[in-house]
Design a protein around this ligand. Sequence first.
Ligand code: T3D
Length: 264
Amino acid sequence: MAHDFETILYEPADGYAVVTLNRPDKLNAFNDQMHAELRAAIDAAEADTAVRALVFTGAGRGFCAGQDLGDRVLSEGEGPRDTGAGLEANYNPLVLRLRGLAMPVISAINGVAAGAGCNFALAADIAFAARSARFIQAFVKIGLTVDCGGSYFLPRSLGSQRAMGFAMTGDPIEAEQAADWGLVWKCVDDDTLMEEACGLAARFGAMSSVALDLIKRSINASATNDIATQLALEAELQREAGKAPDYQEGIRAFLEKRAPNYHP
Ligand code: T3D
């Protein structure tokens, strides 16, 4: 189905779809229209059973520079803006949607990722960074605190010292360092970024969607569960996996020494 998006591109491929943030002259900064179009693109992906993984990337030299600050200048006499309201309306539901989506979400970070653009990239399940990409918690430079899930994800992936330093200085982290620190899955050469990200999305598209969804739910839940609760959840989710046809197909394929066909 064709989509009339102006701030993003939505391109279904074989087993997955690519969403490209497409405001390159603003380094793909978010505005309200982009948020609405992202919601519609995710709706389209969810409604299409042929889309079993989602890739996010940016057009031009940047991935995303966070909130479009041009939309945040107050006019003469205008009172202070409720900056929490924009998070509640747009960013928070976006992060929760990505984490709750029953398919793998991959970010292909092609260039600078700053502010909410950085944390949106890191809210993906798997993040690939082009070698020339850089990450900036830009909030502090404009008198804001970390948002878009950064205060949740950063200490979990980096530990508290690195998370604090990254957020409090606003200094950039280069892609190779981001990979060394565990902020992203892999740093790859710029010219192989989309091949790597889409290659993995295509692999996910052919794998058991049931297994991928349950793995995502399990690992996400572990962030706040104690060991007993997590073990109970593993049993519950494995029960769910065991009832789905994918498990039997996986076993048969193994015993018959063939590739499984999870999407006949
Ligand atoms: O109010 C609320 O909703 C609260 C929520 C906030 C969420 C947030 O994301 S707050 C953080 C917002 N983002 C930033 O503070 C980052 C601002 N951008 C930068 O610091 C730099 O642009 C970068 C470090 C990302 C990249 O630097 P550089 O030198 O590679 O590029 P540049 O020349 O600064 O930017 C290129 C163009 O993009 C430029 O426009 P021009 O001069 O060519 O017409 C620049 O103004 C524009 N641009 C970059 N970021 C934004 C932007 N325009 C609007 N909003 C931006 N965030």
